[in-house]
Design a protein around this ligand. Structure first.
Ligand code: HEM
Length: 271
């Protein structure tokens, strides 16, 4: 199925524009320039496309991440700090104070197999939006309101595809934790965290255009998004990914958690 909808109407007009010449809005969406870095995270790319993060995709310092996630998405500062701290391992320099979006592309550090919108590193480009892969994911989002279970279906399907086609398929427990957070993300930003649902048109617009869906009426949440929000939404998604029926097995105290979902360590520190 071809992606027809949602390609931003203004794309052609604004691709070559640079803010200093064409607009007073510092957060107007603009496509990346030829020397700008982008990576596998559709949201960090989006925030760079809007100038909430550096437009060139470089110098993602902790301060830049905190400001960008606050201004772009209304994320709480300590939550953003925690996310940045888990992302900084992408920069191999000792005691690095920044990472670039391109550094996130390295397979096996944070980037992993079975993404919703990118193909596996073994099979091709692991960091650019891939329409075939995306269509495999979106086929499960059957209603205008996408449930946590439908998001889980898309992830499980991608894992199945990936395992069947990629002889190097890798999906460790820590990648699973990272992925649960990625599935929770559309609910957190484009949906309703109390019901664990996401609005399909907003989510699709975002994935396809790497742009905040303001022209569809979206605005950032008025309540600051906190670590507790992430944890509760991730819990909904975790339950939805289980293929078991009946109550879940007891949690292991040794379970690892990572970036998007793995904020438990931070929570424990904070409490
Ligand atoms: C410092 C903050 C962040 C870092 C370092 C980061 C890093 C990453 C990386 C490395 C990936 C690629 C994983 C893969 O191979 O699929 C990824 C994917 C993703 N991220 Fe982020 N991210 C951050 C913040 C966010 C935020 C704030 C959101 C939205 C609320 C978000 C949403 C997503 C989603 C939905 C994916 C999955 C894409 C897919 O499966 O194709 N990320 N992120």
């Amino acid at each position: 199925m071809k992606i027809q909808l949602l390609v931003a109407a203004t794309t052609a007009a604004s691709v070559s524009a640079r803010p200093q010449y064409h607009t007073n809005n510092p957060h107007e969406w603009m496509a990346r320039g030829p020397n700008d870095f982008r990576g596998p995270c559709p949201m960090l790319n989006t925030l760079s496309n809007h100038g909430f993060l550096p437009r060139d995709g470089r110098n993602i310092t902790k301060a830049n991440a905190v400001t960008g996630l606050k201004d772009g998405l209304n994320f709480n500062g300590s939550l953003s700090e925690l996310m940045w701290e888990q992302g900084i391992i992408a920069n191999p320099m000792p005691n690095a104070t920044f990472f670039t979006l391109e550094q996130l592309n390295v397979h096996g550090v944070l980037e992993h197999d079975a993404s919703l919108t990118r193909t596996d590193a073994f099979l091709g480009n692991n960091h650019v939006f891939n329409e075939t892969v995306y269509n495999q994911s979106r086929q499960w989002w059957t209603g205008e309101i996408v449930t946590a279970e439908q998001l889980a279906h898309s992830k499980i399907f991608r894992q199945l595809e990936s395992r069947a086609q990629n002889p190097n398929y890798t999906f460790s427990a820590s990648i699973e934790e990272f992925s649960l957070g990625e599935i929770a993300a559309p609910i957190i930003v484009f949906g309703d965290m109390s019901t664990g649902t996401a609005q399909r048109d907003l989510m699709e617009y975002f994935f396809i255009n790497e742009r905040l869906p303001e022209e569809l009426g979206w605005s950032k949440k008025s309540n600051e998004i906190t670590l507790m929000d992430i944890l509760s939404t991730t819990a909904i998604v975790r339950n939805a990914t289980s293929l078991l029926t009946g109550p879940p097995a007891p949690e292991s105290p040794h379970r690892r958690r990572d970036l998007h979902a793995g904020l438990v360590a931070g929570l424990q520190r904070a409490l």
